[in-house]
Design a protein around this ligand. Structure first.
Ligand code: SF4
Ligand code: SF4
Length: 74
């Protein structure tokens, strides 16, 4: 399985909820980027460490995150 985490970065309000729930600690707010809302959006630092638990997508109040699981890659 090769998970893929996709961000709709312009919807992100930089609340950091996803960052705090990720069990692998691979999400962070990218302070080098400012989205159209004026926030620093969440990004994934190491896709290969993601276990596709879906916690980040569930906790996000603005449906920014989509977690895909590529079952064919298992
Ligand atoms: S799916 Fe789980 S492990 Fe992957 S980035 Fe989201 S919270 Fe972290
Ligand atoms: S929970 Fe959603 S809105 Fe909040 S920082 Fe993460 S992606 Fe952005």
């Amino acid at each position: 399985m090769k998970p893929e985490v996709i961000f709709n970065l312009n919807r992100c309000k930089g609340c950091g909820l996803c960052v705090s729930v990720c069990p692998r600690k691979i999400l962070k707010l990218d302070t080098s980027v400012t989205n159209i809302k004026g926030y620093h959006p969440s990004v994934i630092s190491d896709q290969s460490q993601c276990i596709a638990c879906g916690s980040c997508a569930r906790v996000c109040p603005d449906s920014v995150i989509t977690v895909l699981k590529h079952e064919e890659d298992t």
